[in-house]
Ligand binder design. Structure first.
Ligand code: ZN
Length: 152
């Protein structure tokens, strides 16, 4: 099986069986990607020590945005807020096909340019997305929604 086929399978599997997709009530902000019609609501639950233990999403989306959201809900678990934000920046850079990641941490003003984004697990199935600018918006939608929540 070629790598491309394998990646397509990962995307389709997450699209058909999205992880952590549950109905979320309307008080949660809706994030939208008008160019494709994707929409997502996101809920990030932390424990008392500030670690993320559950990420839930709801919404309508194409295969790319749904797979990206589904994979994200698994990758963010176990991270503290700083780590989760760093992962979001890294994922967005990866999906855009950027070779460097700028990590900006709230408050401290700390910035770090890392090597090309890697070790993103199943998200690497979306490595071809950056060649299609409209699809980049689909893939980054859930990660931008997470950043909007984590920046509060
Ligand atoms: Zn889309």
């Amino acid at each position: 099986m070629s790598l491309n086929l394998l990646y397509q399978e990962v995307i389709l599997e997450h699209y058909k069986h999205p992880r952590n997709k549950v109905p979320l009530e309307g008080s949660i902000a809706l994030h939208e990607n008008p160019s494709c019609g994707d929409s997502i609501r996101l809920k990030i639950e932390k424990n008392s020590s500030g670690k993320i233990f559950k990420v839930l999403f709801d919404g309508q989306g194409c295969a790319i945005s749904t797979a990206s959201a589904s994979i994200m809900t698994e990758l963010l678990v176990g991270k503290n807020i700083t780590e989760a934000r760093a992962l979001c920046f890294k994922a967005i850079a990866f999906l855009k096909g950027e070779t460097k990641v700028s990590l900006e941490y709230d408050g401290s003003g700390f910035q770090e340019d890392t090597d090309p984004p890697q070790d993103l697990g199943e998200l690497e199935a979306l490595s071809g997305v950056h060649q299609f600018p409209l699809r980049v918006k689909c893939a980054t939608l859930p990660w931008n929604a997470a950043l909007a929540i984590l920046q509060r």
